[in-house]
Design a protein around this ligand. Structure first.
Ligand SMILES: [Zn+2]
Length: 249
């Protein structure tokens, strides 16, 4: 049962067709992991928290720099030099004190990937680097947990919902790191938060069982032309190093 406070907080959202108390309880019972809480993961995490996920695990290594402030809206100038993940956790805790926030001050790596995914029911991958995205994808496939992969570059963004055993995984689509990828990329905060909201919504829909989740599609967002398009992905790759075994079952 929802508490009186929850019913009051989520009153307007409970009216969304199909969501109701059941959907709200599902959100409250969910631990969401968001990897990287920068221009994309920050607003995405905030939308999950506002919608009512019960627990959130934030993963991000490094300190806040001046050049983060055009897009990392969970942080402020007086926090320069502080751990970014702790800034994000503090903002979220101030917004909703009752939520449990776990802040991990490192990025996904071989040593922590399994343990981090173990903590979550659903993973939101907002990492810019393919090495981290591949690690999260591998661990999510291994543990059968859904992952929403969101990425952006300049005025373009893309979101892919990965449900192991049902949809292609990230490695089916990108067998290796695309050659053009680089660490620093052009970004306006409005674009990264726009892509973030698409990723957050696909996750909320998946958790609550509402709407039509884009399984097997790549959602492509073109902010330059202000167009959103869904491209059908090729079927699961039975020879995929990561999920091929699942596909062959
Ligand atoms: Zn695969």
């Amino acid at each position: 049962m929802l508490s009186d406070t929850d019913r009051a907080t989520y009153e307007w959202q409970l009216d969304v067709p199909g969501l109701g108390e059941d959907g709200q309880l599902k959100l409250g019972a969910t631990t969401a992991l968001v990897s990287r809480v920068g221009g994309l993961g920050g607003p995405l995490a905030m939308s999950l928290v506002a919608a009512g996920v019960g627990r959130i695990v934030l993963v991000h290594g490094g300190e806040l720099q001046e050049s983060d402030l055009n897009r990392q809206t969970l942080m402020s100038r007086d926090w320069l030099g502080r751990s970014r993940v702790e800034c994000a956790a503090e903002t979220i805790a101030r917004f909703k004190p009752e939520i449990e926030v776990v802040a991990v001050n490192e990025n996904f790596n071989d040593g922590n990937a399994a343990e981090l995914v173990e903590m979550a029911d659903i993973v939101f991958d907002c990492a810019p680097l393919f090495e981290e995205r591949f690690l999260m994808n591998r661990e999510c496939v291994k543990s059968g947990k859904p992952m929403i992969d969101s990425a952006m570059y300049s005025l373009q963004g893309q979101v892919m919902v990965i449900v192991p055993g049902k949809t292609p995984c990230l490695s089916c689509i990108y067998p290796e790191v695309p050659g053009h990828w680089r660490r620093r990329f052009p970004v306006i905060g409005a674009v990264s938060s726009m892509v973030a909201q698409v990723g957050a919504l696909e996750g909320i829909k998946l958790i609550c069982g509402i709407g039509e989740v884009s399984l097997g599609d790549l959602i492509m967002i073109d902010a330059g032309r202000m167009e959103l398009e869904k491209v059908k992905l090729s079927p699961r790759d039975h020879d995929c190093d990561v999920c091929g075994e699942l596909a062959r079952r």
